[in-house]
Design a protein around this ligand. Sequence first.
Ligand code: SAH
Length: 280
Amino acid sequence: MAQPPATVWFVGAGPGDPDLITVKGRRLLERAGAILFAGSLVDQAATQYAPPGCDIRDSKDMTLDEMTAWLLDACARHDTVVRLQTGDPGLYGALVELTRPLEAAGVTWKVVPGVSSAMASAAAAGETLTLPEVTQTVILTRVAGRTPMPPGEELEALAAHRTTLCLFLSITLLHEVQRALRAAGWAEDAPVVVVHKASWPGEEQVVRGTLADIKKKCQAAKIASQAMIIASPALGARAWPDLARSKLYDPAFGHRFRKARSPATELAAAAGLTSSGDPA
Ligand code: SAH
């Protein structure tokens, strides 16, 4: 019997809240014949949206070879097979290791992006990751665990840029994060936020601290897994007395959708008058 033309969809489930999967991802789950999901962070989305009779399997106790075998077997029986991953599949998701054997077997695969936990953590804390004239760059990284960092990507070197840092997979290595930021010259009172289970209804925890005390605060809160560390010169900006305004909304800065106004026209506009002095 001919094999159905199956596609394996690598779907980003988002950070945990089943409402944060994309519409496209949810539609794929709703018509999936088989779903291989990545551990406890995304099981709710899988079970909530899957159709009755769907073959659902947690991959947490499987090796990569076993996962590949499972996906290939599912492809022989279903046309829509979903590999559901936390956040976005392109970040720390073993995407290449999983897609290469599928490709070698002639199976079509596609990726549906997801809301990364970096974004969900910033949202949970009510923080912006970029701020005009403070930092315009976000570095998504980790410290070395069993996976070593490639040369030049040591946290100490990246932190020297003084940009926003979102650290994945590093909560058990907070001492190493502290050491690297200190070595890069960050002040002891530099703000650091740790978000545990961002977006999880009823389980999310936001711990605000400084380079000096964040480890103690996380220990006190018993946070040892599933956490994002954000270190950024923009943290806490909502409480700052002075703030450089975004150029996009600056009256003197024109763009495709709005002409620049001179300070005089701006005053007139604020007073409800046109540039000729007539009421607007
Ligand atoms: N692809 C995922 C990351 C997988 S690596 C993404 O885009 O988010 C796993 C790491 O992601 C965890 O160690 C933790 O640092 C982070 N993480 C995943 N879900 C999280 C959540 N809900 N809250 C905080 N951090 C989370």
